[in-house]
Design a protein around this ligand. Structure first.
Ligand code: BV8
Ligand code: ZN
Length: 248
């Protein structure tokens, strides 16, 4: 099976990837739906939604600052670095992520499609003024906008919010164009991002899932690699490098 994947990668022009929280797990960032994940402790509707923020801005702000502090002390793992290097071996390689931690950027991936925004930046709920300077992570009070006085919020996409139109359109285009589509470290349960691997399959891509557990799409992918991404991705990269020169 593995050899078949490497052979396919040797002849593929277009490769697309969707990552989820599982890719950052080995960097020490909790996933959402694993037994010890964030949603086991917190209610997503209460914390990752505009309604939740409007009804209890301090609680939501504090939760994001807690997550930002965790992320500030993490770094990319071998899976992130392998994805950044894999880019060089294909005529066209695209990476869409549901993660908000920017570890793909830190690992050197280029043109990362952030489907769910990022946790580093912030903006005003009303006038959208951006606040990218480091907010005081230890403060419990919600910062307010210098322009209009309303609350500042994290630049993530909450439940019930549209994904950035250009980003989801580009990710959808890449799923349609892919020869091989990798679904890595995601439960594929959050939409519309979670449907991208099956959209790629419907358009003829060979879909590979890298995830130690069973997911909503495991029975429908063409190949399942039931290993942690920080193990599987370096293995794929190192085997490919023996057979394929860098494209660019
Ligand atoms: C929207 C940012 C219009 C904030 C997040 C159909 C179409 C469109 C929308 C919907 C629809 N049906 C329902 C909806 C509404 C909703 C939705 O999808 N709900 C789900 C729960 C059913 N979608 C939305 O609201 C989206 N907005 O479409 O607006 C609209 C609105 C309402 C109704 C219709 C249309 C916005 C969704 C974005 C929400 N924001 N996060 C923040 O981070 O705080 S979601 C959150 O889930 C994260 O972004 C996360 O990345 C994402 C997906 O989770 P995963 O990344 O997959 O993480 P998870 O823990 O689930 O899985 C991790 C996997 O890793 C596991 O399988 C595990 O086995 C594996 N793993 C563990 N370790 C490893 C590993 N794999 C590899 N290696 C390892 N070492
Ligand atoms: Zn404002």
């Amino acid at each position: 099976m593995f050899d078949k994947l490497i052979d396919l990668m040797c002849s593929a022009d277009n490769v697309a990837v969707l990552t989820g929280a599982g890719v950052s797990a080995e960097s020490g960032i909790s996933t959402f739906r694993d037994p010890d994940g964030l949603w086991a402790k917190f209610n997503p509707a209460e914390l990752a939604s505009m309604q939740g923020f409007m009804s209890n801005p301090e609680l939501v702000w504090e939760w994001y600052n807690f997550r930002r502090q965790v992320i500030a002390n993490t770094k990319p793992n071998a899976g992130h670095y392998a994805l950044a290097e894999l880019e060089k071996y294909f005529q066209h390689f695209s990476l869409a992520t549901q993660n908000v931690d920017r570890l793909h950027h830190q690992a050197g991936s280029t043109n990362v499609l952030e489907l769910h925004g990022n946790i580093i930046e912030n903006f005003c709920v009303k006038c959208k003024t951006p606040y990218t300077d480091i907010i005081d992570l230890s403060s419990k009070s919600v910062p307010t906008c210098k322009e209009c006085g309303r609350n500042i919020r994290p630049a993530v996409v909450w439940f019930g919010e549209m994904l950035p139109r250009k980003v989801i359109e580009e990710a959808s285009y890449e799923a349609d164009a892919a020869d091989i589509y990798f679904s890595i470290g995601t439960s594929a349960e959050v939409f519309p991002a979670g449907d991208l691997p099956m959209q790629a399959k419907r358009r003829g891509a060979f879909v590979v899932e890298i995830n130690p557990n069973i997911t909503a799409i495991s029975s429908r992918v063409d190949m399942k690699i039931a290993e942690p991404s920080a193990v599987a991705l370096p293995k794929i990269l190192n085997t490919l490098k023996l057979k394929k020169k860098e494209y660019k």
